[in-house]
Structures are given as C-alpha cells and as structure tokens.
Design a protein around this ligand. Structure first.
Ligand code: CA
Length: 244
C-alpha cells in the first residue's frame, strides 16, 4: 500500500523549499523512534528525492543501570525477565573427589520490597530457559538479588548475602564487562560449565545488549577474594530488559 508521505515530501520540493534534511521523530526517547533522511537538499519539480528511513531502538543505558556493586536501577518503563543460569556451590571430600552440588536458594526483591524466592534446589534442576520472574518496572524503581545455601557441615543456612548489603558478594555486570575475580575465571579449573556460554575467550561477559548478569558469591567473604573459591558462580541470574 502506498503511503501519502512521498507525495507530501515531493510537494514540499515542488515549492522549491530548500533544506538539508527532513527529520520526523515519531515518539519519546525511551521508545523506538524513526528518522527520515532526504537527499538531495534541493529538488526540482518532478524529481523524486531519495528517502531512507531508519528505526532506532533504545539501548540498555536508557533502560537500566547498575547501582554498584549489585543493585539494578530502572531508568525507564520496562519489563524484566529473570532466568537462573546456574547454582555452583559444591561439596566434596578434601581431596576434591565426590563433588556434588549443594542445595541453594535464590531471592529477588523489587523496589526494596520483601524477598521472593525464585529458586530452591541444586544446579542439577536448573533450567536456563525457564523464566522465573517477569517484572514490570518504572523509572526510579530498583531490583535486588540475594541467596544462601544449606551448609550440611554446620546443619544450618549459610549467611544470606544480598545486593548492596555492604559487601561485594553480589555483582551486576553487562555485556563486555570482566568478571571481577582476582584471577582469570575463563582459565580457572573452578569455572562452571553453565557459565561458559556467557563468557568470551578473554573472560569477559558475553550476553545480549539488553541483558544484565547477576553473579553471587555465597561461600567466601570480601577478605577471601584471592581464594579460587571466590568465583562469583554460586548463583548466576540473567536479567533481560524489554519494552513494557
Ligand atoms: Ca564460591
């Protein structure tokens, strides 16, 4: 179907209207918007100028930002989907044999609200494609993550770490960020299989442009960052942002 737009543009040219480009912005900055470019700048009657139309989509930087080290701040209306990529707390004999995944729980808090449990179990039951939470959000709202595991040796829950609790145990990272371990996680024997598809060969996060990854360290403290057990893979969430 023909639209009336080219005819309108040509009529403008027919009146020998001089311009360098014709711009038409069709919606607000936080939504996809389009721009028309026309050339040549001057067109005679009967000459059809070349038009091209490009559509621009909002980038992640317009939708959300990291409140370091581990909180997400929403910058414009969006819908978030949260998936769990893995739960990497393991238990083994002192010689490293008989390794098994440990029961772990992952939590979500929207806009400083109460903690909602998104996951309970071991890595063996994690389905990376399963959406655990869909959350609509507006500018100024925030998202936090938390977690702990069942410590069989002490018979109680481990310390509950959560976003911006005064520790570095929860980190939110974007595409291209380096995993903030003190050693190259990509070459580490402690690297979990579940995180490999989300790292490039240099150990940087490789996710979609509208994604954030949330990495939790549950077994080690800030003071133990030089130990290989400080691997930030004890719970790993993927958060994907889209338009509401
Ligand atoms: Ca750990």
């Amino acid at each position: 179907m023909k639209t009336s737009l080219p005819r309108l543009v040509c009529r403008v040219f027919a009146h020998a209207f001089v311009f360098t480009s014709l711009l038409a912005t069709v919606s607000a900055a936080d939504e996809p918007y389009g721009t028309i470019h026309a050339s040549p700048g001057i067109a005679r009657v009967g000459v059809f100028p070349a038009l091209d139309w490009e559509i621009n989509y909002p980038g992640l930087e317009e939708v959300a930002e990291v409140d370091p080290p581990g909180k997400i701040k929403v910058l414009s209306e969006t819908t978030m989907q949260v998936r769990l990529l893995g739960a990497g707390v393991t238990l083994s004999y002192s010689d490293g044999s008989n390794m098994s995944f440990v029961h772990t729980e992952g939590y979500f808090s929207f806009n400083n609200g109460s903690w909602q449990r998104l996951f309970a179990g071991t890595n063996d039951i994690v389905s990376q494609s399963k959406v655990l939470k869909t959350q609509d959000a507006f500018q100024g709202q925030s998202v936090r993550f938390g977690g702990h595991y069942w410590d069989t040796s002490s018979g109680r829950w481990s310390h509950f770490y959560y976003s911006n609790d005064g520790t570095q145990n929860v980190r939110v990272l974007k595409d291209g960020d380096s995993v903030p371990t003190t050693y190259n996680i990509a070459n580490s024997p402690t690297l979990e299989q579940f995180i490999k598809p989300y790292l490039d060969s240099g150990g940087k996060i490789d996710i979609g442009p509208m994604d954030m990854i949330v990495m939790l360290e549950l077994t080690h403290t800030d003071a133990q960052q030089y130990q290989t057990g400080y691997d930030l893979q004890d719970l790993v969430f993927l958060v994907t942002f889209s338009e509401s």
